[in-house]
Design a protein around this ligand. Structure first.
Ligand code: NAP
Length: 487
C-alpha cells in the first residue's frame, strides 16, 4: 500500500495538489513541496504562483465582485451554511489532512475542523444581520444615516498553525460582507486550504469569489496585489515581523489592514486557585497544537504558596504525553512544523538552562526522524531570559515564581505582545481586578481555551490591529457610508 492510498477522499494529499484555484478553475503546477513533519518525507507538491497568476486572481475576484455584492444576503448566507455542512460532513478527512501536513495530533485537528466550520455557520447567520445606523444631529435639524458596504477585494494571508481555521475566520466574514477574496495560505500547509476551497465550490460559491494561490514568492505576489487599486483590504495572520513589513507595503496604496500577529501569553496562577483546574487549563493553554498556537501560554507565573505543587503536577502531566505522528490516533504531542522550529525552541531552552533554569522533564530535542521536541517544564527561569521575551511556539512551559498581585501584573505586562492572558483564582473579584490591569486583547479566567467564533479575537500592542470573529469581525470587511439627506 502506498502512503497516499492509506488516505483516501479529502484526506488524500494528492487530490489537493491539483494547482492554483483562480476564477473557479484549477490550474496545475508544481514547485512547492509539502512535507510530513513527522518524517520529513514528501507528501505532495503544489503549484508555485508567479506575479501574473496573482494578477489573474485579482482579475477573477474583480469580475465576480459586482455579482457577489448584489447577491441577496440570504443567498450568501445559505452558501456559507452549506459550506459549514460540507466541512462537518468531511470533518474526519479534513482532520487527517491537517494532521498530515501540520503534524498536530488528530484530536487537535478534529477540534480545529469543528472550530473552522463554525466560522462559516456563524457568518452565515451574521450575513443577514449587517447593521446600519440612524441618528439625529445634535442640533436637531438633520438626520444621519449610516450604511455598511463591502470594502472590496480582500487579500487574505494565513499561517501554517491553524491551516483551516485561520482561512475560514477570514473567508466567512468577507463573503458574508459581500467581498470577493484571494487566499494565500502558508507554504507548509497549502493542502487544507485547497481542500477547503474544493468544498466551497461544492457548496455553490460562484467562480472568482474565492481564489487560492500558493507561492514561493509571498512578498512579490502580495506587493503586486496591494499595488492594484482594486484591492482594498489585507487581512493577515502571522508573525509580528511579517505583519510590520505588510503594514508598510499596504501604506503605499492606503489599503485597510487587519493584523492578527504574535503572542506571548502569561498564565497566572494565584495561591487560591483550584490546583487541578489550573493544571487542566495549563495543559490546554500550553499543549493545544503542541504549543504551536498564538494564544499558547508562554510564561507561567505561579504564586509562591502553590508553586511547587503546580510544577510537580505539570511535570507529571507533561511527562505522560505520548509523542508521535499527528495522524496516529494515540498521539498527544505531534512534531513541530519544521527543523528550524525545533532549532529555535532548542536555542531558547538552552539559553534558559545556561542562565540557571532546571528542566523537570524534557529539555533536549529528540533525535529520531521528524521534527520532534518533547514536552518540557522549566523551573527557576530568570524573568529576563530570552524564553520570556520570544514566542516559544513549542511544548515548553517555563515557570516563574511570584509573591504579590502587583508583581504578577508587572511581569505579565513586561512584553511587547498583548494577545492572550490567563488567570487562575477562586476569587473572581481578584481575578477581574488583576485582569483589568493586564494589557491583552483576550483574557481567560479559570479557562485555558478562549477561542470562539462568536467572540472578538485579537490583540493589543505588537499583537495586532482589528478583531476577527464575533459581531465585529464582519465590519473589518465593510466601509461605513454616511448619507446626509435633506428630507
Ligand atoms: P509568518 O512567517 O509570518 O507567515 C505567515 C504567512 O505570511 C504565510 O502565509 C507566509 O507565507 C506569509 N508571508 C511571509 N512573508 C511574507 C511577505 N513578505 N509578504 C506576504 N506574505 C508573507 O508566520 P508563521 O510562521 O506562518 O505563523 C506563526 C506566527 O503566526 C506566530 O507568530 C503566531 O503567533 C502567529 N499567529 C497569530 C494568530 C493570531 O490570531 N493573532 C493566529 C495564528 C498564528 P510562506 O508560508 O510562503 O512563507
Amino acid at each position: 500500500m502506498t502512503f497516499h492510498a492509506k488516505f483516501s477522499g479529502y484526506a488524500d494529499p494528492a487530490l489537493h495538489a491539483a494547482g492554483l484555484y483562480i476564477g473557479g478553475k484549477w490550474q496545475s503546477g508544481s514547485g512547492i513541496t509539502v512535507l510530513d513533519p513527522s518524517t520529513g518525507n514528501l507528501l505532495a507538491e503544489v503549484a508555485d504562483a508567479a506575479i501574473e497568476d496573482a494578477q489573474r486572481a485579482v482579475d477573477a475576484a474583480d469580475a465576480a465582485a459586482a455579482g457577489w455584492r448584489a447577491t441577496p444576503a440570504r443567498q450568501r448566507s445559505e452558501i456559507l451554511r452549506r459550506w459549514y455542512q460540507l466541512m462537518t460532513q468531511h470533518a474526519e478527512e479534513l482532520a487527517t489532512l491537517i494532521a498530515l501536513e501540520n503534524g498536530k495530533a488528530l484530536a487537535d485537528a478534529r477540534g480545529e475542523v469543528a472550530y473552522a466550520a463554525e466560522f462559516f455557520r456563524w457568518y452565515a447567520e451574521e450575513a443577514t444581520r449587517i447593521p446600519g445606523e440612524f441618528r439625529h444631529t445634535p442640533s436637531g435639524s438633520h438626520n444621519i444615516l449610516v450604511d455598511h458596504e463591502p470594502i472590496g477585494i480582500a487579500v487574505l494571508i494565513t499561517p501554517w498553525n491553524f491551516p483551516a481555521a485561520m482561512a475560514t475566520r477570514k473567508i466567512g466574514p468577507a463573503l458574508a460582507a459581500g467581498c470577493t477574496v484571494i487566499l494565500k495560505p502558508a507554504s507548509e500547509t497549502p493542502l487544507t486550504a485547497y481542500a477547503t476551497a474544493r468544498l466551497g465550490e461544492e457548496a455553490g460559491v460562484p467562480p472568482g469569489v474565492v481564489n487560492v494561490l500558493t507561492t514561493s514568492n509571498p512578498g512579490g505576489i502580495t506587493n503586486a496585489m496591494l499595488a492594484d487599486p482594486r484591492v482594498r483590504k489585507l487581512s493577515f495572520t502571522g508573525s509580528t515581523g511579517v505583519g510590520r513589513v505588510l503594514l508598510a507595503e499596504a501604506a503605499k496604496s492606503v489599503v485597510s489592514c487587519s493584523m492578527e500577529l504574535g503572542g506571548n501569553a502569561p498564565f497566572i496562577v494565584f495561591d487560591d486557585a483550584h490546583l487541578e483546574a489550573a493544571l487542566d487549563g495549563a495543559m490546554i493553554a500550553k499543549m493545544r497544537n503542541a504549543g504551536e498556537a498564538c494564544t499558547a501560554a508562554n510564561r507561567f507565573y505561579v504564586q509562591a504558596g502553590i508553586h511547587d505543587a503546580f510544577v510537580a503536577g505539570l511535570t507529571a502531566r507533561m511527562k505522560s504525553l505520548k509523542i508521535g505522528p499527528g495522524y496516529d490516533p494515540e498521539t498527544q504531542c505531534g512534531p513541530m512544523i519544521t527543523q528550524n522550529a525545533v532549532r529555535k525552541i532548542d536555542r531558547l531552552v538552552s539559553e534558559a538552562l545556561a542562565a540557571g533554569a532546571r528542566a523537570t522533564t524534557g529539555g533536549k530535542p529528540l533525535t529520531e526522524n521528524g521534527y520532534f521536541y518533547p514536552p518540557t517544564v522549566l523551573e527557576n527561569v530568570p524573568v529576563n531570559a530570552s524564553i520570556a521575551r520570544e514566542e516559544i511556539f513549542g511544548p515548553v512551559a517555563p515557570v516563574y515564581k511570584f509573591e504579590s498581585d502587583d508583581e504578577a501584573i508587572r511581569l505579565a505586562n513586561n512584553t511587547e505582545y498583548g494577545l492572550a492572558a490567563y488567570i487562575y483564582s477562586r476569587d473572581l473579584k481578584r481575578a477581574m481586578k488583576v485582569g483589568k490591569r493586564i494589557e491583552t486583547g483576550m483574557l481567560g479566567i479559570n479557562r485555558g481555551l478562549m477561542s470562539d467564533p462568536a467572540a472578538p479575537f485579537g490583540g493589543v500592542k505588537q499583537s495586532g490591529l482589528g478583531r476577527e470573529g464575533g459581531v465585529t469581525g464582519i465590519l473589518e470587511f465593510m466601509e461605513p457610508k454616511y448619507f446626509a439627506v435633506d428630507y
